[in-house]
Design a protein around this ligand. Structure first.
Ligand code: UFG
Length: 354
C-alpha cells in the first residue's frame, strides 16, 4: 500500500481540506501540518479576528500555496456563492467567535454567528455530498462537572452548568451535528474537545495574536514578558489545588494540530467526540514560572479576585483519543512556553507589525 492515495481509516491518503477559520490561531497551525503532509488546503475566513499574514507565512514555511476564500459563512447567500463550485472532500470547522466575556455581553451576536455559520456549512456539505467533518469543539461543553470529577472523559454529560453563550454555542453545535447525522447517516463527523491550546510553531513565524487585551492566560503572560503589559493578574489563589491557583490542561498547538490529522484519518459514518488534552494539570503559577524560565524575563504578577465562572481544575482524560486516534501529546509545557516566546519576541505586536 506504500504510495497509495486511497483514504482508509488506517492510512489517510492525500486530502483536499476546507478549513473554515483557517487563518486563525489553531487553523493556521493545522493548515501548516496538512500542507507539510502534501494535502491541499482551502481556507475560508472572514478575517474578522485573523490575519492574511498568517497564511502568507504558512505558505513561506511550507513552500506551498493556500487557496483563500474570504466570506462570512453566517451569510447563507454569500456562503452558497463562495462554496458551491469549490472542490473539497473534507471540512475542518474552526470558524467562530470565541471570547467568553464578550459572549456574555453580546449573546445574540455569538449565537447568530456561530450557529448560523455551522448550519449553512452543514447544508452546503450535504448538497455537495461532502461527508467528512471535523468540528473544533471545546472542553467548555462539560460545563460545571459534578463535585470530585477533575479528569474528564467523553462520557461526562455535556451542556450542564455551562456559564456563558460561547460555551453554549459549542454544546449546541455538538447537538446540531448529532441531529444532522441522524438524518444523514453517511455523514462522518468528529467533535474535538480542546482543552487549553498554547504555544506556537517552533519557527516563531505563526502564533496566537489576540486582538485587544488577551482573555487567556498564556498570551497575557507572553505580553507581560515582552513588555507590552505590566503584570499578570492571577485570578484567585484560594482554589482547592496544590498552590491555590487554577489548574488546567495546556496542550501545545502543534500537538493539537496533529490531533486533527489523526481525526481525519479516523472518520467513519457517525459522530464521535474526542478530548484533545495531555492529561496533565498545571497551575497558573506553574505557567508563570515556566514562561519566566523560557523567556529569561522576570514576570511580575499579582493575585486578584477569582474570575466568575472559572473552575478550580479542568484536566482531560485523553485515553479515548490515545487509543482510538492513535494520537497523544508529545510536547511539554516548557516547550510550549519556549515556542510561544520565540513567536512573541520575534513578533512583539503580532501580525500587525508585519
Ligand atoms: N487566568 C489568570 N489570569 C489571566 C487569565 C487566566 O489567572 O489573565 C487563569 C484562569 O483563572 C484559569 C487559567 O488561568 O485558571 C486558564 O485561563 P484561560 O482563560 O487561559 O483558559 P480557560 O480554562 O478559562 O478557558 C479555556 C478557553 C475557553 C474554553 C475553556 C474550556 O479559553 O475558550 O478553556 O474550558 F472554553
Amino acid at each position: 500500500m506504500t504510495g497509495s492515495s486511497q483514504t482508509s481509516p488506517a492510512n489517510l491518503g492525500t486530502v483536499r481540506v476546507l478549513l473554515t477559520g483557517g487563518a486563525g490561531y489553531i487553523g493556521s497551525h493545522v493548515a501548516l501540518v496538512l500542507l507539510e503532509r502534501g494535502d491541499d488546503v482551502i481556507v475560508v475566513d472572514d478575517f474578522s479576528n485573523s490575519s492574511a499574514e498568517a497564511l502568507r507565512r504558512v505558505e513561506q514555511l511550507t513552500g506551498k500555496t493556500v487557496q483563500v476564500v474570504e466570506v462570512d459563512l453566517a451569510d447563507r447567500a454569500a456562503a452558497d456563492a463562495a462554496l458551491t463550485d469549490l472542490e473539497f472532500d473534507s471540512v475542518i470547522h474552526f470558524a467562530g467567535l470565541k471570547a467568553v466575556g464578550e459572549s456574555v455581553a453580546q449573546p445574540s451576536r455569538y449565537y447568530r454567528n456561530n450557529l448560523m455559520s455551522t448550519l449553512n456549512l452543514l447544508d452546503i456539505m450535504r448538497e455537495k455530498d461532502v461527508r467528512k467533518f471535523v468540528f473544533s469543539s471545546s472542553a467548555t461543553v462539560y460545563g460545571t462537572p459534578a463535585p470530585g470529577v477533575a479528569r474528564l472523559d467523553e462520557s461526562q454529560p455535556i451542556g450542564r452548568g455551562v456559564t456563558n453563550p460561547y460555551g453554549w454555542t459549542k454544546a449546541m453545535i455538538e447537538q446540531i451535528v448529532t441531529d444532522v447525522q441522524r438524518s444523514w447517516p453517511e455523514l462522518e463527523a468528529v467533535l474535538l474537545r480542546y482543552f487549553n491550546p498554547v504555544g506556537a510553531h517552533p519557527s516563531g513565524q505563526i502564533g496566537e495574536d489576540p486582538s485587544g487585551v488577551p482573555n487567556n492566560l498564556m498570551p497575557f503572560v507572553s505580553q507581560v514578558a515582552v513588555g507590552r503589559r505590566e503584570k499578570v493578574a492571577v485570578f484567585g489563589d484560594q482554589y482547592d489545588t496544590p498552590d491555590g491557583t487554577g489548574v488546567r490542561d495546556y496542550i501545545h498547538v502543534m500537538d493539537l494540530a496533529e490531533g486533527h490529522v489523526a481525526a481525519l484519518r479516523h472518520l467513519e459514518p457517525g459522530v464521535e467526540a474526542f478530548n484533545l488534552g495531555s492529561g496533565e494539570g498545571h497551575s497558573v503559577l506553574d505557567v508563570v514560572r515556566a514562561y519566566s524560565e523560557a523567556s529569561g524575563r522576570e514576570i511580575p504578577y499579582e493575585i486578584v479576585a477569582a474570575r466568575a465562572g472559572d473552575l478550580a481544575t479542568l484536566i482531560a482524560d485523553p485515553a479515548k483519543a490515545n487509543e482510538r486516534l492513535d494520537w497523544r501529546t508529545t510536547r511539554s509545557l516548557a516547550e510550549a512556553c519556549r515556542d510561544s516566546w520565540t513567536w512573541q519576541s520575534q513578533n512583539p505586536n503580532g501580525f500587525a507589525g508585519a
